[in-house]
Ligand binder design. Structure first.
Ligand code: RUB
Length: 272
């Protein structure tokens, strides 16, 4: 395999390249260098919970070029930004989890457009993608309060205090045909707590994350959690993703608009 391709696949496997969008963009690069079946197999196996990666490859197999796909990502993000702007109110607190390019870019756009809000987020162990989110947002002048993951319920608790969370934004790795969404582990729990506190939860995602097939939920190695040689009789579970039930989602904000999960699937399922 070409060295550059090997390097990118290693980056995807080790989560140096993270988030559905960045992985799909890396797939575009790999396919342009080496569109062989064996490379595609390795690529898909590197991150099984990423239908957008697979949709990109299918689209390129049908003849779409690199620039056409990259153009889709940027045009979709611009439309997502406009749609997100409609739901962020001034003086609000937005809660988010992990690192999602679709979420972060839309928040930075809202800030540039003059919306006044702050962000609560989670550190997102074991790989701390929350730090990446916090750094990118703070660089854009957005105030961020980061919570340890175990404090999710404390962060989301709705009190009379105006400073409490008003809206929840999560990214997506996959949107399934029953309208459930797959995202970073913790997202399911966040959705339950958000619903209990009557907080609107929006999924911010490119529509190419739709998958008509079932999606495997990736389990990652114990060494992300406990680097030392672990003692006998200790088992580490490190699931990377989980489902967010459609019933806990107010709407999916994509380039297609602000749609209920069911409407979103109806509109998208013909494409992939
Ligand atoms: C990242 C994650 C993101 C989605 C969407 O998990 O769950 O919310 O991938 O990302 P990991 P984007 O860091 O384990 O890959 O909006 O960037 O497509």
């Amino acid at each position: 395999m070409v060295k550059e391709v090997e390097r990118i696949i290693r980056g995807i496997k080790s989560v140096k390249i993270q988030g559905a969008t960045n992985i799909a963009k890396a797939a575009v690069k790999i396919y342009s260098i080496s569109p062989s079946n064996s490379t595609i197999k390795k690529l898909v196996e590197a991150r099984p919970t990423e239908p957008m990666l697979q949709n990109v490859i299918e689209t390129m197999k049908k003849g779409a070029g690199k620039n056409e796909i990259l153009m889709h990502f940027s045009e979709a993000q611009e439309k997502i930004n406009k749609n997100v702007l409609k739901v962020i109110k001034n003086n609000s607190v937005v809660f988010t989890h992990c690192h999602s390019t679709n979420v972060v870019k839309s928040l930075i756009n809202a800030k540039r457009k003059g919306r006044k809000f702050e962000v609560y987020n989670t550190e997102t162990r074991p790989l701390f993608q929350g730090r990446k989110t916090a750094q990118e947002l703070s660089k854009a002048g957005i105030k961020v309060t980061m919570f340890v993951d175990s404090a999710i319920e404390i962060a989301l608790e709705k009190k009379q205090d105006a400073k409490k969370v008003s809206i929840v934004f999560l990214g997506a790795d996959a949107i399934l045909k029953n309208s459930d969404v797959v995202n970073k582990v913790g997202s399911g729990l966040i959705s339950v707590i958000a619903k209990k506190n009557k907080l609107p939860l929006y999924i911010i995602a490119d529509s190419w994350k739709f998958s008509k097939n079932s999606v495997a939920l990736e389990q990652r190695g114990y060494n992300e959690v406990w680097n030392d040689k672990i003692a006998k009789n200790i088992i580490i579970k490190n699931p990377a993703f989980e489902k967010v039930p459609a019933k806990n989602i107010k709407a999916i904000i994509s380039e297609l608009g602000i749609l209920s999960p069911k409407e979103f699937v109806r509109k998208t399922k013909k494409r992939f």
